[in-house]
Design a protein around this ligand. Structure first.
Ligand code: FES
Length: 195
């Protein structure tokens, strides 16, 4: 069915193109009569068919590459209450959302896993009381549990994602499309979590 439609579409495009080309040709010769010859028609029909296939392929690739707006990086993602870490415990990691959730005595932070230096993914590197809880493998930038830089070439702490708590369920919503930079850690950056 698709093949038939595609062929018909190509012929229609070819017929229109053929007419247009003929019209332009006749006008340049001072005549408005439109009568494309058979070879010209077939050539334009073939071009139209090829063009329609390329347009359909392009549209398909475009849809594939278009970022998804739900359930992935860039959207608001939910961390279930049972996944929220204890105070100073190793972080919860959401791979799709590209964040670590840590819980300080001040509350929750969602740390963007992208290194502020040149963009590598920063892995968790150790216990919370380590001077560098996160360490970037690319050029050695190190960060403490709150994401502050403790060494290396990074120009600032790990970036933060917006966090809010659903008080009725204890779930935490992290907006991975709302990322902010900072110069240091301050307690008000943490979202209180009393669940
Ligand atoms: S990208 Fe992380 S230290 Fe360079």
């Amino acid at each position: 069915m698709f093949m038939i439609l595609r062929t018909l579409f190509g012929w229609v495009v070819g017929w229109i193109a053929s007419g247009l080309f003929a019209l332009l040709g006749r006008r340049s010769q001072g005549s408005l009569a439109v009568r494309p010859d058979r070879r010209q028609f077939l050539r334009n029909a073939a071009l139209g068919a090829v063009g329609s296939v390329l347009a359909l392929l392009g549209a398909g690739f475009g849809l594939l590459l278009w970022p998804r707006s739900t359930g992935a990086f860039g959207s608001a993602l939910t961390v279930r209450a049972e996944d929220v870490p204890a105070v100073n415990a190793p972080p919860f990691r959401n791979i799709q959302g590209k964040f670590y959730m840590v819980r300080t005595t001040d509350g929750l932070l969602a740390l963007y896993t992208k290194c502020p230096h040149l963009g590598c993914t920063v892995p968790w590197a150790g216990p919370p009381d380590s001077p560098h809880a996160f360490q970037c493998p690319c050029h050695g930038s190190m960060y403490n549990y709150e994401g502050e830089r403790t060494g290396g070439p990074a120009p600032r702490p790990m970036d933060l994602m917006a966090v809010r708590v659903d008080e009725s369920t204890g779930n935490v919503i992290v907006d991975t499309g709302e990322i902010s930079q900072r110069l240091e850690y301050r307690p008000e950056q943490a979202t209180p979590y009393a669940v």
